[in-house]
Design a binder for this molecule. Sequence first.
Ligand SMILES: NC(=O)c1ccc[n+]([C@@H]2O[C@H](COP(=O)([O-])OP(=O)(O)OC[C@H]3O[C@@H](n4cnc5c(N)ncnc54)[C@H](O)[C@@H]3O)[C@@H](O)[C@H]2O)c1
Length: 422
Amino acid sequence: MEPVRIAIVGAGNRGRGYSDYCLQHPEAGRVVAVAEPRAEFRERIVRDWDLSESRVFSDWAGLAEESCLADAVIIATPDGMHVAPGLAFSDLGYAVLMEKPVSSDFDECRELVATMERNGTIFAVCHVLRYTPYTRLLKRVLDEERWIGRVIGIQHLEPVGFWHQAHSFVRGNWRNTAMSSPMLLGKSCHDLDWLSYLVGSRCEAVTSFGELLHFRPENAPAGAADRCVDCAVERDCPYSAIRIYVDRVRSGETGWPVNVLVEAPDEASVWAAIRTGPYGRCVYACDNDVVDHQVVSLRFTSGATATFTMSGFTEMRPRETRIFGTAGEGWCDGRRVEVYSFQTGVRSVLEVEAHDGAISSGHGGGDAGVMAAFLDAVRRGDPSGLLSGGRATLESHTMVYAAERARLEDRVVRLAEFPGMR
Ligand SMILES: NC(=O)c1ccc[n+]([C@@H]2O[C@H](COP(=O)([O-])OP(=O)(O)OC[C@H]3O[C@@H](n4cnc5c(N)ncnc54)[C@H](O)[C@@H]3O)[C@@H](O)[C@H]2O)c1
């Protein structure tokens, strides 16, 4: 079978990663067009795939003016810029792989999913956690009743990591709700989606609390300046941009998050970026407004409950989950699943198979997993292997919309409040 022909829309961090996946799996996918406004990011794709000028665009709308140039499009534009290209490329006949979140608006999300269904588009959203070997293992454990039995409750923690919080949600692209989306949608839509997948029944009600408590001007230490390069107390600050970016590049780390600042990082270019760019700002002097901690409680139609905690005040590490069942209790940390059996008192440890290099281990193998499943679905013309299609995404995005409504209105929100959801 021929590799799937792909157009990349938005060749930033995510778009570049999907292109790199195809470089490593040439039998599965081949990039034949790109739409990206930033010249250095666009040029890298052009070089990697030797694209002719007629296949290169500085804006998704330019690509959408042409007739269909590829079998599939990957939409990896910033938050708030997914629905319009999604509708346009579906109408043109492309299969669509779309980065999350679809939209911060319920009606828009529902309309998009309806259009994809009407057009018969092969469509998936990059809820990459569903595709990891770890999730596959955990799902198998839950499906085999002998381990945990019926799921009664789940306690799930997303330890965002203190420097990751500073990088993405204080200084970076996801810092401001109006410019991107609420934290729960921008970051944790993965977690609510994952919980709904694990529990396997529909969520019926949620409540939530959370706020921006720390990264505010009144918490700046005495002596702080607006930029880390001018700051008298920079060496005492765990969120220092010099610490997060310059120290990293000095020790030879040039991947994420440093490559978000400049396409080809070295010490000089990173210094230049933090002297003038957004990533050199003091964390107490940014235009951020997304929460730095949030909790959500959920009730499912099966009667199971779940609690979710997102915190920016942690060491950077994988998510941690406890599962409470009628036959046993599970502890899960992204690498292994430990189960205690009530019947035998035996603790069993199930390890996830090790996965290889950087790209395929992105998000614990989920980035590679979603690409493999999507390209396979397009090649076969059969979406049955996609775990994160339109309906599943609408369901779990609605859990997020409901939780945000609950947080802002300080109340319990039922999913039935959203038209057509029950
Ligand atoms: N699935 C995941 O786990 C995951 C992880 C991180 C980010 N994301 C999501 O992926 C999306 C992209 O994130 P990113 O980190 O790659 O951001 P990014 O800023 O690195 O990349 C976005 C790219 O889109 C380009 N762009 C802007 N306007 C455009 C237009 N009109 N036409 C074409 N391209 C345009 C930008 O120039 C930029 O290069 C976001 O929505 C983000 O929330 C998903």
